[in-house]
Design a binder for this molecule. Structure first.
Ligand code: SF4
Length: 460
């Protein structure tokens, strides 16, 4: 969702006459000492920080609040930008994204270097806010959680002409106790189904070949459908997917992120019968222990989750399933941790994002005692990553010799006689091919795997 928001910000600024450069264009990275504070303890660490090598007039950071580490990095950079501003007082420093929603105007006091903040639902106000800062040199903010949450816009600078993010809902009505998203992104709001289908059709006519539907909880989508003068009951996520698959053209649809509670048999059946839908399903488990899942407020038990995964694999046998795991949640005893180890081994995910728990301010879990020592969290995290690596390798080995549909994204920078693509299971694939293949789908046999990239060859 942040990647999409950045594309909208960039497109909006370009339309207003600004030149936009990405961090990579504007900075080099230098190791610097970063000072911070963790649980009341001051710390200093080395971090690679961006150092501008030519001077932009405005620096805008899009932020994430999901984990403490992401926030710490932004705070470190704000410190660095404070120094830069002393040498260039006209520099404008802005923040957008979830940190803005979480901390709001309090950040102005803490970081006088900040000139502007824009909420996730107010990105189009960016040019106005910049103008205000230039005119008044006062700190300005536009952070409003009500009003239109998603507004499709042609003012967007997409990173690829073939791939588009398409938000279909924002916010979340679940109450996972560790999660800051309901606070930063608000309650669920779905785009009307007709508008989603219209926008997808427009993207496909524009040449987009791969659309990723976005939402904090994408499969709890409920969008109005207009019928004549009235509305028929809201369309479910499965119904929306079906409607999108009926659009003309050669394209792929994928979606992130789903909640196990809303992963229904109906949805699995829609995936099974529509080859335009990606064979990758990201379904966060978070823990293999029912006791911990309950404390997390996850609304599913491990056996329920496992039954869903089994059913999905029955209906879509070649599906690649990935997950999220948090280790070291408050109260996670050795047997809870072992339950997660068993879950990873039993389900044998294609991949997993595994993180150490960090309390997010004002979440219900922040009131629980963070009682798993840091060293234990670290060790569990390390072990889970090792187990998952083995599971990922095992899954990848099973795909050797098989043929998969691949979307060709571009030339391989290391060897221009090769192209690079993404399989229907969202695995990276490299094979010999002509530049004319870029932007097309083709069938590729996987011959071997190197560092999680398949090496293949096209088949007839
Ligand atoms: S379902 Fe996802 S976004 Fe919603 S509260 Fe839980 S973790 Fe957060």
């Amino acid at each position: 969702m942040n990647a999409y928001d950045s594309e909208v910000a960039e497109g909006t600024l370009r339309a207003a006459g600004y030149e936009v450069m990405s961090e990579g264009d504007a900075v080099e990275r230098k190791s610097q000492k970063v000072k911070g504070e963790k649980r009341g303890q001051a710390y200093e660490q080395n971090e690679l920080l961006p150092v501008p090598f030519f001077a932009p007039d405005i620096i805008l950071m899009n932020t994430c609040s999901v984990r403490e580490h992401a926030e710490e990095r932004v705070i470190g950079r704000l410190g660095m930008l404070g120094k830069l501003k002393r040498t260039n007082p006209d520099l404008i420093v802005g923040l957008m994204g979830c940190m803005v929603e979480e901390h709001r105007e309090k950040l102005f006091k803490r970081f006088p270097v900040l000139d502007l903040m824009v909420g996730t639902r107010n990105i189009k106000q960016l040019p106005n806010l910049i103008e205000q800062v230039i005119k008044t040199r006062k700190q300005v903010a536009q952070i409003k959680q009500d009003g239109i949450s998603i507004e499709y816009t042609e003012l967007i600078s997409r990173k690829s002409k073939f791939h588009a993010w398409l938000p279909i809902m924002t916010g979340c009505n679940k109450k996972c106790t560790f999660c800051v998203v309901p606070k930063t992104r608000g309650t669920e709001i779905s785009m009307p189904a007709d508008e989603v289908v219209r926008e997808a059709g427009r993207l496909i006519r524009e040449g987009v070949k791969w659309i990723t539907l976005l939402g904090q909880n994408v499969n709890s989508y409920k969008g109005d459908v207009c019928v004549g003068a009235g509305l028929k009951p809201a369309s479910t996520f499965s119904e929306l997917l079906e409607s999108l698959c009926h659009l003309d053209g050669d394209f792929r649809i994928s979606f992130i992120t789903s909640h196990p509670h809303d992963a229904t048999e109906e949805l699995f059946r829609v995936i099974a019968k529509n080859p335009k839908i990606s064979r990758h399903f990201h379904l966060p488990l978070q823990s293999g222990s029912d006791q911990i899942l309950k404390r997390m407020g996850r609304q599913h038990t491990y056996p329920e989750y496992k039954r869903k995964v089994d059913r999905l694999r029955e209906l879509v046998p070649d599906i690649a399933i990935t997950t999220d795991i948090i280790t070291g949640f408050p109260g996670e005893a050795e047997e809870d941790y072992q339950a997660t180890v068993n879950a990873l081994k039993e389900i044998c995910f294609d991949g997993a994002f595994i993180f150490k728990y960090s309390a997010r301010p004002e979440t219900p879990a922040a009131k629980l005692k963070d009682d798993v020592p840091f060293a234990v969290k670290n060790q569990r995290n390390h072990e889970l990553l090792k187990i998952q690596k083995q599971m990922t390798d095992d899954n990848n080995q099973k795909r050797i010799g098989k043929v998969s549909e691949v979307f060709v994204e571009g030339l391989n920078e290391r060897n221009p006689k090769q192209v690079i693509g993404c399989s229907i299971h969202e695995k990276k694939v490299v094979f010999f091919g002509d530049r004319l293949l870029v932007g097309a789908f083709c069938f590729v046999r996987f011959n071997e795997i190197k560092h999680e990239t398949f090496i293949g060859e096209t088949t007839k």
